[in-house]
Design a protein around this ligand. Structure first.
Ligand code: C2E
Ligand code: MG
Ligand code: MG
Ligand code: MG
Length: 299
């Protein structure tokens, strides 16, 4: 390494720093720029939630939704979390952004109830909680306050956490989850099967629902290993008395496979991607005529 640098110095006739500088500077300054833009976006309230329906295939009813964060960039338009979530996480801005998600989601539930588009026991909205956000000392109080402020039934809100939450202090995690469950909030394990969690850990977590990761659903109709994994997850959820949602269902074949395995709740582009709050209300609203809800695919 040092040799290369030295060679670079001689060959280019520049000093060490100049030799490495250009690429590093680009990376660092792009990252700083994104961070600054994100800070401004928080202030300007450019983050909004989109909502992806969760559907019961047996009745074709929307029984819930997942709230997904989007950045409405003034010039670049809608930006998805893959671009910015890691920066929010690493910079700590996820705490503020995440709390905004809690507030916006509770407000949306209140709106849906007020409009008569949902009832408290037929619909729940899931939000994603990052490990860092969950570890906040006052996380439980903040969520409780948001629910209180909107006067919504707590069973309308679900929290999605990933297996990664277990890396840190499992006792503290379980305690917080129990406090939230005591007020009626339910938990889902997101991206299930991609983490490293052992079944004994899973058993200790007061979780109501598993979301089968989309990577397994993707290939379950043409890869026998993935099909077996999906079957195993379904069997396990059943024996642990957990509900199940299949994520990333894109085709009729995938849905048929899941239904054969007795998994009926799904979320995926086959029904709809995440849509704006207005479009979601339209999906929930009185259907525009006879015909299959499945055909109202918003993309
Ligand atoms: P996730 O929680 O697993 O969310 C599901 C992701 O799969 C969403 O991507 C959704 O748009 C996408 N998806 C749904 N159905 C299909 C399908 O049929 N095919 C394919 N290919 N994809 C599908 P999105 O919205 O880009 O979000 C990506 C991730 O960003 C989320 O994964 C979640 O981990 C994170 N995220 C999103 N919103 C929030 C948030 O408010 N807070 C936190 N902490 N994380 C969030
Ligand atoms: Mg999720
Ligand atoms: Mg997921
Ligand atoms: Mg994911």
């Amino acid at each position: 390494h040092a040799d290369t640098a030295l060679y670079g110095v001689k060959a280019s006739g520049r000093n060490n720093i100049a030799f490495f500088e250009p690429q590093m500077q680009v990376v660092v300054s792009q990252r700083l720029q994104l961070e600054t833009e994100l800070r401004n976006a928080l202030i300007a309230q450019e983050f909004e939630l989109h909502y992806q329906p969760q559907v019961d295939a047996r009745t074709q009813q929307i029984i819930g939704a997942e709230a997904l964060l989007r950045w409405q960039h003034p010039e670049q338009g809608l930006i998805s979390p893959a671009t910015f979530m890691h920066v929010l996480e690493e910079s700590g801005m996820i705490l503020e952004a995440g709390h905004g998600v809690v507030l916006q989601a509770c407000g949306f539930i209140a709106h849906l109830l007020k409009q008569g588009l949902i009832t408290a026991d037929s619909f729940s909205l899931s939000i994603n909680i990052s490990p860092r956000q969950f570890r906040q000392a006052d996380f439980v109080a903040r969520v409780a306050a948001a629910i209180e402020a909107q006067q919504i039934p707590t069973q309308c809100l679900k929290l999605e956490i990933t297996e990664g939450i277990m890396i840190h202090n499992i006792t503290d995690t379980v305690e917080k989850m129990n406090e939230l469950r005591d007020i009626g909030i339910r938990f889902a394990i997101d991206d299930f099967g991609t983490g490293y969690s052992s079944l004994s850990y899973l058993k200790r977590l007061p979780v109501d629902l598993l979301k089968i990761d989309q990577s397994f659903i993707n290939d379950c109709t043409h890869d026998s290993n993935d099909a077996e994994i999906v079957r195993a997850i379904i069997a396990m959820a059943r024996s642990l008395k957990m509900e199940l949602i299949a994520e990333g269902v894109e085709t009729a074949e995938q849905l048929a496979f899941l239904q054969q395995q007795d998994c009926h709740i799904y979320q995926g582009y086959y029904f709809s991607c995440a849509v704006t709050s207005e479009a979601f209300c339209t999906l929930l609203g009185p259907s525009p005529g006879p015909g299959n809800v499945l055909q109202q695919n918003v993309t």
